[in-house]
Design a protein around this ligand. Structure first.
Ligand code: HPA
Length: 248
């Protein structure tokens, strides 16, 4: 079954049919909220809002381990993570959608592995390609089928938040090779890999990153909600097509 984790601007799936919620408990504590099970274009899916049903859980407070564990417990095999980002690269303007292909992790203090504790053997997972190539291809094919433009690559820098970055921090991320910046891509992607789940991200550019484009002197937080709500309608169309392409 396919799971969709919704980020800022995607607190629920408008097109999900016969939805029913269920609370799932995990050894790692509470997930961000009850899972919503239902059907999208005739296929079983499950939806989880990363920041909670009332959008109250900040990026550094998300219980990423509980979220990924709960999805795996419910027989999820693939996860599409929808995440809003700031655009660093010039073509990643507000409203643009992208499927990143790489991650740089700048977060700290987050519980980022299932492989710890006295009873667990030391375990390393390969993370050379952090996203599932097949699921990325499905997202790109779905965007084409939906007639929506989608940037086919990008390096996603994950910052700690919840504050936005300084312009100098964005300069540094750019020197490091980052194209976009968000706060939730890690450890989510690594935890999915540890449990053997396919995982890809659909990044929605909410704003130019600090010091870039129309954020040269400040990020106008008042316009972000509007940008995201328009973009998420396009995301919904792409998700519908993606569920069809990917199967369940
Ligand atoms: N920085 C970090 N995370 C974000 C941004 C940003 O500019 N926009 C949306 N999520």
């Amino acid at each position: 079954m396919l799971a969709i984790i919704g980020g800022s601007g995607l607190g629920k799936l408008a097109t999900i049919e016969a939805p029913h919620r269920r609370v799932v408990r995990t050894p790692y504590g509470e997930p961000s909220g009850a899972l919503t099970f239902g059907r999208l274009c005739g296929r079983d899916v499950v939806f989880l809002p990363r920041h909670g049903h009332g959008h109250t859980i900040a990026p550094h407070e998300v219980n990423y381990r509980a979220n990924i564990w709960a999805l795996r417990e419910e027989k999820v095999t693939a996860i599409i993570s929808v995440a809003s980002v700031g655009g660093i690269r010039a073509d990643l303007a507000p409203g643009v959608l992208a499927v990143p292909h790489q991650i740089i992790d700048y977060t700290h203090g987050r519980r980022g592995t299932f492989f710890e504790g006295p009873d667990q053997p030391v375990t390393h997972v390969d993370f050379t390609e952090p996203y599932c190539p097949q699921l990325r291809a499905s997202l790109l094919a779905a965007a084409a089928a939906a007639g929506e433009a989608m940037v086919a690559d990008g390096v996603y820098a994950v910052t700690q938040g919840p504050r936005l970055e300084t312009a100098a921090e964005i300069d540094r991320l750019e020197r490091d090779g980052a194209d976009m910046v968000g706060m939730t891509g890690m450890p989510e992607a690594a935890l999915a890999r540890e449990l053997g789940l396919s995982y890809a991200a659909l990044a929605v550019v909410a704003n130019f990153a600090a010091g870039r484009g129309n954020s040269a002197h400040a990020i106008d937080l008042h316009v972000i909600g509007g940008v995201l709500s328009v973009a998420m309608q396009r995301v919904q169309h792409i998700l519908d097509r993606c569920v069809e392409c990917h199967g369940s």
